[in-house]
Write a protein that binds this ligand. Sequence first.
Ligand code: GLU
Length: 378
Amino acid sequence: MATLTYLPAARRIVVKVGSALLVDGDGRLRDQWLDSLAQDLAKLKTLGYDIVIVSSGAIALGRGRIVDAKARLNLAEKQAAAAIGQIRLNAEWQQAMAKYNITTAQILLSPDDTETRRKHLNARATLVTLLEHHIVPVVNENDTVTTAEIRYGDNDRLAARVAQMISADALILLSDVDGLYSGDPKIDEAAKHIPEIKQITADIMAMAGPARHVFSSGGMITKLEAARIATSAGCHMAICHGTAMHPIQRLYDGGLATWFQASSRPLQARKTWIDGGLTPKGVIMVDNGASQALTRSKSLLAAGITSVKGTFDKGDLVAITDPANVTIARGLTRYSAHDINLIKGHNSGEIETILGYRDHDEVIHADDLVLDATAKKA
Ligand code: GLU
């Protein structure tokens, strides 16, 4: 039995639940198991964890209304099944968590929402706001409208993108395998379970085997791809067997799993993502007060902005300069150049009157700022 676990040290976790765990072969919800998982998650919440669930199961729950038991579904049928099943899926999560006094919220995402910076910022702000209010978001792919070409296609990768987006420090893939083995344990008696992977090398990728040899219907390749995304975003990831009762409690106590160690810290990884090798699209000039606040890791507010150069939109990377015209930081702006020109020098409370809308109090949130090396020393 492995004793390794990164879970106790984590603070913000994403738990991915596969369809096969939630729904049995006859399309029935495994409600006792769901209750045991809800109990585990409630316990973590009382310990102060932020929790996001990524749950599959929409198609599995809705398919019976569209086709006979085991029949194959075409794309339109899958999307119709998802439209039926998603309502039920969220109702089941809502009920299961409400029993432990936890409020849930539904988030449906498409790749555009995590890959496009502007949408990414928006989805992140929604998720973080929910977490700040102690709500557990339940995420799934927006199956009813996304077509094959623009899908994540599997919730392993979606869960990794969500973990990256919210700077989670642990991602747990509850699966029907207990991790990665050095060979296929079904045919190779010498195959050994691997409890920890510090780096995802080509050799590790090869262990997943070609698609037709995957060890389970879960698909090890997509799990390793998820591990790549998560670990480079500063998030440890575990693959563990989730079918038995209380799967999270077992993992917390050091149960059998393969843990992939993160290659950096979430905040550091986020700063790299913000920069992303891009050239700033414009410049925001700030006064001395704002310049000092930024070096103390505060957000940039409209009140401290003196002028704007360039044409940029919400979500673009911009440089920030102090009154001496020295670049002190770069960051992702929540307002366009046009709108910043109108609100510069004003208090956040006046934004709505001036623009007719107010997205955020901050023009650039501290989480979306990278200080220039020289500014950090100031
Ligand atoms: N989003 C799909 C569903 O809810 C499942 C995708 C997956 O399991 O990877 O049915």
